[in-house]
Design a protein around this ligand. Structure first.
Ligand SMILES: CC(C)(COP(=O)(O)OP(=O)(O)OC[C@H]1O[C@@H](n2cnc3c(N)ncnc32)[C@H](O)[C@@H]1OP(=O)(O)O)[C@@H](O)C(=O)NCCC(=O)NCCS
Length: 154
């Protein structure tokens, strides 16, 4: 079965207890929110329960300050038999103009699981746009790298 992937958008505030000592969002908090957004995309796409199998390195480019709005845009970009690569882009919107700045991008790999936690097949992603085709290729590389890294660090 083939299925198109639809972008999921999640929007949040940075609350005081999400921040580090410098008044910007704590990196671990942002990764948690990215993981959650990615899982939602993977669940919506596959219709299955999922677990996070791997996270590609993330470069944090711009800090997100307390009180800022931040937006996570997540989309399944690549599928194999039971795994899905999800791209998650994070933007901040700074008051008062709410100008959007790109903050970081993460690639998370989720695996669909059955009731016993065993990997389960997912639908095949159907790329429809030029961007979908471009990111399918990126996802393929991310998946291959994750497996190579797993092998290397085992
Ligand atoms: C992810 C998990 C289900 C894989 O189970 P497994 O028994 O190793 O299964 P397999 O080796 O058959 O791999 C299943 C799929 O996962 C992929 N996979 C496994 N480990 C991976 C990793 N580190 N990075 C990327 N993909 C991985 C495999 O390539 C395979 O993909 P495919 O079917 O699309 O080709 C299992 O390792 C697990 O439960 N890990 C813990 C997950 C977790 O607790 N996450 C954090 C909280 S959600």
């Amino acid at each position: 079965m083939e299925r198109e992937s639809i972008e999921v958008i999640n929007t949040h505030f940075v609350f005081p207890n999400d921040t580090n000592n410098y008044g910007t969002i704590f990196g671990g908090k942002l990764v948690e929110m990215m993981d959650l957004a990615g899982a939602l995309s993977a669940i919506r796409f596959s219709g299955e329960d999922v677990v996070t199998a791997s996270i590609e390195a993330i470069d944090f480019r711009i800090p997100i300050k307390q009180g800022d709005i931040y937006e996570l845009r997540s989309k399944v970009i690549y599928t194999a038999k039971t795994s899905m690569v999800v791209k998650i882009d994070v933007y901040r919107e700074e008051k008062p103009a709410y100008k959007r700045d790109f903050c970081c991008r993460g690639y998370f790999i989720f695996v669909a699981i059955d009731k016993n936690g065993k990997p389960k097949s997912v639908p095949k992603l159907k790329p429809v746009s030029e961007d979908d085709r471009k990111f399918w290729g990126v996802g393929e590389i991310i998946k291959r790298r994750a497996l190579e890294r797993r092998e290397l660090t085992a």
